[in-house]
Design a protein. Sequence first.
Length: 763
Amino acid sequence: MTRLFHLNPAEAIFAALHDPELAATLPITVRGAVGARFACAWGVNVHCPAVAPGEVATELTLGPIEVPLAGFDELTFCLSCPRSQAVVFSVDIDGEMRDLGPAIRGRGDHFELTFPIRAGARTLRAVTARFIAQDENAATVNLSWFGLANTALRAQLHAAKPTWDPAWPGCILPHEQWPANRPFQRGLLFDAADLPRLRAKAATAHWRPHVDMIHRRAREAMARVPEHDIGDFVPWSDTRYLRERERNRLPLWHQAVDLAFIARLDGNDAMLRHALRFLLSMVHCRHWCQSAESRTPGSTWDQRCFLEEMAAYAVALVYDWLGFALSEQARSVVLQALWDKGLAIIERDMMKFEYVYHINQGPWFCRARILGGLLLESVWPRVGDYVDRAARDLRESLDRYILPDGGADEGAGYLSLTLHAAIPALIAYARARHIDPHTVLPAALCHTDRYLATLSAASPGRVLLEGDNSTDRLPGDTVAILASLYPESPTYRAMLAESLAHHDPEAYFAQYQQQGFLSLVLGPETLDPPHVTVPSFAILPHTGHLTSLRRSGKHSTRIHIVGCKANASHTHADKGGFILEVDGLPMLIDRGILRYDDARVPLLKTTPHHNCITPCFDGRTFIDQVAASMPVIPTGTGDGKTLTATIDLSNVWRDHMSYCTRGIRSSDLDSFTLTDAGALLRPGRIVFHLQALSPFAVGNTPTAITLSHDGCALRITAPWAVQARCTDDLVDFRHRPVWHLELWGPPLPAGVPFAYTTQIERT
C-alpha cells in the first residue's frame, strides 16, 4: 500500500516527488530519447533531450504502486513545465490504463493539472507522464508531487475561513491610550532620539527622491486589507512551492515595514494603525511558510526558513517601532509568534544544515535571530546568550562567505542580498552591546569595493549579469550601508546615486530584500555624482574573475572573463565565458537569470547559453560543463592598452576533454583574438557559442559574421568554422529576446588536439 501524506483533511500526496528522501523510495523509471534521465533535487527534475517537434522526449513512470482511492474524486499533478514541452498523463486504475485527456502544453511556471476520478474506482496502480517536444530544444521539467482530493470537503473547508475585525479590539489600543512619548521597544536600528536627524536628512535634495519612493509604497499599502490574507500560510510571490489557489498574493512584510517606518518618520497615525493591522495579520497566520508541503506530517521537506526569517524580521521591526500602541496581551501574542513561527524554525535550520554556514543562507537567517532575540532578551528571563550565539554564527558564516579578495562565489547580486541582511543585524547587535560596529564586521568586508568595481558594468551604477543575477542593479540597501561604513572608498559612493535612482520593484530579488528605509537610516548624509568604477585591469584570484577596461577618448572596450572557486554556489556552467562591452554598450552578453519560478531557468544556466565552447557528440546535443572541483581562475596581464589572459578549463571539461584552455589577446581597443584549444575524449565536434541582443548576420560562408547593435558593429572571423547558425533563443533577465550564434568546427577524432582562433573586431 502506498503511503499518503495529508496536506489537509481534504487533500493528500501519494507521490512526494518534492521531498528527496521520499522521492528516493518511489518506483520511478524513465525511458525515451538518448539523454532522457531524472534526478531528485528540490523536486524530480526530468531532462528532456532535444528531439523533433511532436516526438516523445522522455517518458516517466511511477509504478507499480497501490493507492487507495476511496474518499477521493480528483487527481492532482503539480509540476513546472516550460512551453517547449507538452505533457500527457496516463493512469492505471484497477488494471485499466488510459490517458487523462490530450497533451497539455507547459505554462512556463509552476502549475497544477487536475482530473476527475471515476465513481467506483478503487486503486491507482501506476502513473505515466509523457513529455512531447514542441520545438527542437532540450528542456527540464520539474515534478513536485502527485496527489488526491475530495473536492466537496475542500470547498467546505475553504468556505469555513474565518473573518477578522480590522479594528482589532483588545489588541490595538484606543488612540487616547497611546503614550505621549511613543517609546521604541528596543531601538534596534534607531530610536526616538534619532528621529529629528532622520527627518532632516529625508528633507534634503539628496534623499528626498528616495524617501518619496518609500512614501509612495506606503500609500499603496494603505489600500490593502491585510486581514484578507490571514490563513494557514503567509502570502508569497514566488510560485515554485505555491498551490494554484494561493497565487497572486504579495507578501505582507515589505508593506508592513514601509507603513511603520513612514508612520514613525512623519508621525502619521493613520499609517501607524494600518501598519499594526499588517503586523497582527502576520502574527495570526498559522504558519510563516508558503504552503502545506512544508508542514506535511511524515515529511521533513521544507524550502528552508526564508519566509519565516523575512516575517520574523518585519515583525521585529514593526513591533520595535509601534509596539507602544498594542495591549499587553497583544504584545505577548506578538512575541510568542515571533519565537514559535519564526525563530524556532530558523534555529532548526541553523542546527540541522551545515551547508547554510557556507552560502548566503546562514548570514541571512541570522538577521531575524539577532533582531528578534534582542526584543525577547529584554522581556523573557531565560533568553541567555541566544543573541550572542546568533552574532557569532553570523560572523562565522560571513567570514566564510566573503572571500579574501572581497568577493563571493554566488555573484554580485547574492553578495548584495546577503550583506543587506547581515550588516544591519551586526549594527543592531553592536548598538545593543554599546560597541563599535566595525569591531564585529568581517575583516574582508572592506575589500568588497574591489569586487564590486571589478563586477560593475561599463555604465555607472550597473553590474554584470554573471551568475544568478536577475537585475543589473545591486539589490537592497547594501551600497548605501557600505558607503557609510567605509567613506574612504570611492567605489560605493560612485554606485550609490544610480542605485537609489533606479530601484526596480519588479526585479526578482526585490521580493526578498526591498530597498528602502535602511539606506536612509544607515547610509551617508550626501550622495556623490555617479561614475564608472571598472578598473583598467584586475584579477580576483579567489572568486575567479578577470576584467579589462581600455579607453581612448569617447571609445572603450571592456572584456570580462569568468572563472570560479572550487565547488562554487549559485553559479552557471559558464567557466571561460566572456562578456564584451563596447563604448559602454553590452555587445556579447551574459543573459543573467529569470525568476526562479520560471521553467526556463535551468536552460539559462547551461554552457551553450553563454559565450563558451561546448563539445557535441551526436550532431544536436550540446554538452554542459561539470561543476568545478578545483579553482578555475583566469590569469594574465593588462593595462590601458593591451590585454593577455588565459584560463585552464580542463577541470570543468574533465568528463569530455583531456585538456581545454582559452586565451584572449588584444593589442588595441578595436580587436581581440580568442584561442580555444583542447582534445576530445571521444569523436565529436566543437561549437563556439555567442549571445547578443541583436541578430548576427551570417553571410555565404561561416568565416565572417557581423553583429550590429545600438549603433555599434562587430565583425567575427572564425576561419576554422565549417558551419554557422543564428537563432532567436530564449531571453535575457529582462525577457528581451536573445540571438544565439553557433560556430561549428569540423569532426574531430578522439585525442587529436584542436586549436581554434577567432577574431572579433569593431567596424
